[in-house]
Design a protein around this ligand. Structure first.
Ligand code: GRF
Length: 203
């Protein structure tokens, strides 16, 4: 399968998927990395792996609609089977989501449906949660609301700072995201009627 990864930052999840995709039996190849920001380290990671990159800055567009239209065109140039959001810090329009529905996945650093949106680690600490984690989900029009494919949990310790907790969650992100990308590439999991369908089992 052909994978396009969208980033806005350092790209540690991108790196985990690059590393996994080098294994012999992996179901997909990253054919392009697209960033909405120039000069982010994720682009260097892609270049080091000899993956084509493009930068499409939202600042060059007057509206979200126009940006997303250009992003659709850019992505379609690469004819991907799967679009992977890996720290892509943009809210996507309904048109974009509909265009790629079922082929679009995201990683969100909380145990969804808890803590949609930003500052998830601090919010988990402030709420006194004893466990926290990460979710990989299909993207639908509801922000951080699409069907969850896989989650990983981590403990929250009493003295944790948001940074310490984020680091613990990140380690799990790097473990589960390449796994789910592979499942999507091999059609082990698909989205059917806004649910995740696992080889005949609906979650
Ligand atoms: C991760 O925490 C991910 O869960 C969130 O954005 C961050 C991206 O980190 N959606 P990285 O760029 O992959 O290092």
């Amino acid at each position: 399968s052909r994978i396009v990864v969208l980033i806005s930052g350092g790209g540690t999840n991108l790196q985990a998927i690059i590393d996994a995709s080098k294994q012999d039996n992996y179901g997909g190849d990253i054919v392009a990395v697209v960033s909405n920001k120039a000069d982010v380290y994720g682009l260097t990671r892609a270049q080091d792996a000899e993956i084509p990159t493009s930068v499409l800055s939202h600042k060059d567009f007057d509206s979200r609609e126009e940006y997303d239209s250009a992003l659709i065109t850019e992505i379609n140039n690469y004819q991907p089977d799967l679009i992977v959001l890996a720290g892509f810090m943009r809210i996507l329009t309904a048109k974009f989501v509909q265009k790629f529905q079922g082929r679009l996945i995201n990683i969100h650093p909380s145990l969804l449906p808890k803590y949609q949106g930003l500052h998830t680690h601090q919010r988990a600490i402030d709420a006194g949660d004893t466990e926290h984690g990460v979710s990989v989900h299909f993207v639908t029009e509801e922000l951080d609301g699409g069907p969850v494919i896989l989650q990983a949990k981590v403990p929250v310790f009493p003295e944790d700072t948001a940074d310490e907790l984020a680091l613990r969650v990140h380690q799990q992100e790097h473990r589960i995201y390449p796994m789910v990308v592979n499942w999507c590439c091999t059609k082990r999991v698909t989205m059917v009627k806004e649910s995740a369908l696992f080889d005949g089992v609906i979650l």
